[in-house]
Design a protein around this ligand. Structure first.
Ligand SMILES: Nc1ncnc2c1ncn2[C@@H]1O[C@H](COP(=O)(O)OP(=O)(O)O)[C@@H](O)[C@H]1O
Ligand SMILES: [Mg+2]
Length: 277
């Protein structure tokens, strides 16, 4: 029917998503309270964020403001005390399989080779073996691990171990990738290399990425939006659009006025000291 626009999932459900694109993650008025016999902790309150398919969103904020809690909500590992979380329009009601998760520690099985650590994901999900092997080879090539298929974790540098963890998280081609301070334990040069690779992987795979980081530069270099959170009880202080092209040369990007604008704004919001690693 001419003139009749097809509505996205988010529009049908009344969501608001950047540029009218389909919603990948929608966090609606979420609060999380942890109760124990000794004390109650409000980890998050009044948190609303809408993330469209294909976005790269960085989340920064002081320690203990609820960044990891927020990712756990999206993964369905934790239930909000109030509010709702939707993944691709569907309410998250338990652990989700259509996500990938990367943590600060690679958490590889030390007796398994790099390739077999990646294939663990396929075994858990009962993926067809041929497809899993082909995808593993592709991912290892994309992350510069070709030639290290049979290496054991202790034979790999910290950066390479994190690349293996990243391949494992991407093996089942999840539409949404959650990364919780994935490069925090790496030295500065390795971290820079992995940042450059993440920009390329994001562009090549089209994966929606949520990255928690303490590095203001990493957030501004990688993300198209930066969510700045306030001290506990964590809430969204500001969402900053990063007006830079998707393809980002490392040094040239950092020299751009827009990069300085974003990092200065984030630092202003976090206050001196809070931005330090
Ligand atoms: N399972 C839990 N039980 C009780 N308190 C928790 C639990 N998980 C996190 N918290 C508390 O919630 C707050 C937010 O934690 P977290 O999301 O890990 O913060 P961040 O990742 O921003 O450092 C912290 O005060 C933390 O101690
Ligand atoms: Mg954390």
């Amino acid at each position: 029917m001419p003139g009749k626009a097809v509505k996205t999932v988010s529009e049908r459900e009344g969501g608001t998503v950047a540029a009218g694109r389909e919603s990948a993650v929608s966090i609606e008025d979420v609060a999380v309270r942890f109760r124990s016999r000794k004390r109650d902790v409000t980890a998050l309150h009044d948190v609303s964020v809408d993330i469209a398919m294909g976005e790269f969103v960085a989340i920064v904020g002081p320690s203990g403001c609820g960044k990891s809690t927020l990712l756990k909500l999206v993964a369905g590992l934790l239930k909000p005390s109030s509010g709702a979380v939707r993944l691709r329009g569907e309410r998250v009601a338990g652990p989700r399989h259509d996500i990938g998760y990367v943590f600060q520690r690679a958490a590889l099985l030390e007796w398994r080779s790099a390739r077999r650590n990646i294939l663990l994901q396929a075994e858990m999900r009962k993926m067809p073996a041929d497809k899993a092997r082909a995808r593993t080879a592709e991912l290892m090539a994309m992350t510069g691990l070709t030639g290290f298929e049979d290496a054991l974790p202790h034979e790999l540098s910290g950066g390479m171990q994190q690349r293996v963890a990243l391949c494992r998280a991407l093996l089942h081609e999840p539409p949404v990738l959650l990364m919780d301070e994935p490069f925090g334990a790496l030295d500065a040069l390795t971290r820079e290399q992995l940042n450059i690779e993440m920009n390329r992987i994001w562009r090549e795979t089209g994966t929606t990425i949520l990255l928690v980081t303490h590095s203001v530069a990493e957030a501004a270099y990688l993300a198209n939006r930066v969510v700045v959170m306030s001290e506990r009880p964590g809430t969204v202080a500001e969402v900053i659009d990063v007006d830079l092209p998707a393809e980002r040369d490392y040094a040239a990007t950092m020299a751009r006025p827009e990069f300085a604008r974003v990092t200065n704004r984030v630092r202003d919001l976090l206050g001196a000291g809070a931005a330090a690693d």
